[in-house]
Design a protein around this ligand. Structure first.
Ligand SMILES: C[S@@+](CC[C@H](N)C(=O)[O-])C[C@H]1O[C@@H](n2cnc3c(N)ncnc32)[C@H](O)[C@@H]1O
Length: 275
């Protein structure tokens, strides 16, 4: 974890709370979980396989994978946020376990001990991509697969555009974020290059359409806070956070339609084989 914290602009791993973790569990069930299920299908995970769910959050997807691999298989979920791992542990069973850990340092996992590594909605949080991929290559057996579903570079939701505009205005601009964008997305060409320099052969690199809907401005803000484990407004002093939330909420009101706030976007899905 130390290695990650030293990277410039790395997200803080100390802004999470019980409330954010519980919100994530609830909100991701109709969002990240669904795209994660599709990624798992792309990877063709089979009964009996050993799977690492890296950046597993509260463990919904890991639980789904455990059903697929069955009693002869094994799923380990790893995430650096202790409160999310605490929630995930309520899903433990003989073939499913969870550990606090960081993609930059998976020393607790043995070489060549997994058939598949899944990273769903995680890769864009890595400021530096090669070390986590090298760790994935190390824990995978030869011909093992890695699957990544992530934010596409150049693609920002209207919600994040509006929030950035608000945060660039007084009084919030007195506390600038180290970087304007919270995440570190890649494009298909960069993804291919990262695979190739870390010992993987790409098997699928695809931009997919994705539509998201939030019933209200408040729901959109909660989603941003929970999925960024508090980093969305976490750079502001506490007393300014609720003011920022109110300003963003009022501006988001302009995006409301009869269906709520609807965002038609794209995301990047990639799978590769360990050479
Ligand atoms: C949006 S959540 C996705 C959670 C889960 N994979 C899912 O599909 O719902 C992003 C997760 O990435 C994790 N993450 C951030 N930095 C990480 C790192 N350096 N190593 C491992 N996981 C990390 C966060 O702790 C968080 O749980």
């Amino acid at each position: 974890m130390g290695a990650n914290l030293r990277l410039v602009g790395a997200p803080s791993l100390s802004l999470d709370s019980d409330e954010l973790a519980r919100d994530y569990e609830r909100i991701s069930a109709t969002r990240q979980f669904q795209s994660g299920q599709r990624l798992v299908a792309d990877l063709g995970i089979m009964p009996g396989e050993h799977v690492l769910d890296l950046g597993c959050g509260t463990g919904l997807l890991a639980e789904h994978i455990a059903e697929i691999v069955g009693p002869q298989g094994r799923v380990v979920g790893v995430d650096p946020l202790p409160l999310r791992i605490e929630l995930a542990r309520s899903k433990r069973r003989p073939n499913l376990s969870f550990e606090v850990g960081d993609a930059y340092d998976l020393d607790m996992l043995q070489d060549s001990s997994f058939d598949v590594v899944v990273m769903n909605a995680v890769f864009h949080w890595f400021p530096e991509k090669t070390r986590p991929l090298l760790e994935c290559a190390r824990v995978l057996r030869p011909d093992g697969r890695v699957g990544i579903g992530t934010v596409l570079k150049g693609h920002r939701t209207r919600i994040h555009q509006i929030a950035s505009k608000v945060l660039a205005e007084p009084p919030f601009d007195r506390f600038p974020r180290p970087r304007a964008q919270l995440v570190f997305p890649v494009d298909p060409e960069e993804m291919r290059a990262f695979f190739e320099i870390t010992g993987f052969s790409p098997s699928l690199i695809e931009v997919r359409e994705s539509t998201r809907m939030w019933p209200s401005p408040e729901a959109a803000i909660r989603f941003s806070e929970a999925s960024s484990f508090g980093n969305f407004l976490g750079h502001l002093p506490t007393e300014l956070r609720s003011r920022a939330r109110t300003t963003i909420r009022l501006r988001l009101q302009n995006l409301m339609t009869a269906d709520g706030i609807v965002h038609h976007g794209q995301r990047l899905v990639a799978t590769a084989i360990r050479k």
